[in-house]
Design a protein around this ligand. Structure first.
Ligand code: 2E4
Ligand code: SF4
Length: 325
């Protein structure tokens, strides 16, 4: 016998309500807006192709849209021809990259987020003061490679976990400071910093928190909704540090949470027993993808949307002067 509603077998019934709690702030931050605009303006100013070293931000939809406009994405400068302009991604680059671009006389535009550049400058200053830097971050991430590459090798040590702190070779006599990646978990970082300060009371902290406003606002916003949700969906890429942190925040509140890149990845089975669904997006995920998810959910359920705003954002970063005319 046929079921009255074909989707009932997967736990979905088109008559069933689904309450959506949509976190705010979510999605694009000022650094991402700026980085994408830099590539678009570079295309207008210099014409196609414009090379981009690394994904401008960690989002396939953004990268594909820029590819369609004439951007070519590469991982290293040696893939860029001598006569083509190149943009460095929002995550920042080690000092060796602009040095190499200058050596080759390449036209380059730096789309490093100003808040990442601020950490770079702090790293330089701490080294000038003779401090050894303990850098809290995730190994292999481009921002970590970029920030660690601001200072001579051997003068900065990566710390990923509280356990790493116990294994550090330094003593209370050493001149130490710490800095962090901008997209870390606020809660994990607090624990690592506490462990560092307990083991090295002399350690110098950054002047202001390195975890950026967008990262902490998005974590606070998902924290605010996760407790009341049966499932949280985070739109973001698997290589997006800030997006992965949003999934962790929800999961640590005991709520089932999943990272998705596009609406097409949602399995109807995920909605079984779900009455309230939380939705957010990492700093590199366009709002268009949020709407796509809402539309897909509306195919299966009677959706009502509520935006839960924890804070308003109004940050804007200036573009590099070379693209202003
Ligand atoms: C630069 C710095 O760093 P993450 O992996 O979160 O980058 P994503 O491209 O996902 O987000 C934008 C961004 C860029 C964040 N911080
Ligand atoms: Fe800049 Fe923060 Fe956005 Fe990263 S998440 S690009 S550091 S504003």
């Amino acid at each position: 016998m046929n079921a009255p509603f074909p989707s009932t077998a997967s736990g979905n019934d088109p008559r069933l309500p689904l309450q959506l709690l949509i976190a705010a702030p979510r999605g694009f931050c000022a650094g991402v807006d700026r980085a994408i605009e830099i590539v678009e303006r570079a295309l207008q100013k210099y014409g196609e192709p414009v090379y981009v070293r690394h994904e401008i931000v960690h989002n396939r939809y953004v990268v594909d849209s820029l590819k369609a406009k004439g951007a070519i994405f590469v991982e290293e400068l040696d893939e860029v021809p001598d006569d083509a302009p190149v943009v460095f991604s929002a995550h920042g680059v080690p000092k060796s990259v602009p040095a190499e671009a200058e050596r080759r006389n390449l036209m380059y535009v730096d789309a490093t987020c100003p808040l990442v550049s601020k950490v770079h400058r702090q790293a330089e200053r701490q080294i000038e003061k003779g401090q050894h830097i303990l850098f809290i971050g995730h190994e292999g991430h481009p921002e970590v490679i970029g920030t660690m590459g601001q200072v001579p090798e051997g003068q900065i040590t990566l710390v990923e976990t509280v356990e790493d702190v116990a294994n550090l070779p330094f003593t209370q006599e050493d001149d130490l400071s710490f800095l962090t990646q901008t997209t870390l978990s606020v809660d994990d970082t607090r624990e690592i910093v506490e462990a560092l300060e307990a083991r090295y009371p002399q350690i110098v902290a950054p002047k202001a928190e390195d975890i950026c406003y967008a990262t902490s606002n998005r974590q606070a916003a998902v924290k605010d909704i996760a407790g009341g949700c049966d499932l949280v969906l985070v739109i973001g890429a698997p290589n997006s540090s800030n997006s992965l942190r949003l999934v962790e925040v929800a999961q640590r509140m005991g709520t089932d949470a999943r990272l998705i890149q596009r609406a097409s990845e949602i399995e109807p089975e995920w909605l079984e027993g779900v009455g309230t669904l939380g939705l957010t997006a990492g700093a590199s995920a366009p709002e268009k993808l949020v709407r796509e998810v809402v539309d897909r959910l509306s195919d299966w359920r009677v959706v009502t949307e509520e935006i839960i705003t924890t804070t308003e954002e109004n940050m804007i970063f200036k573009l590099p002067r070379q693209l202003m005319d």
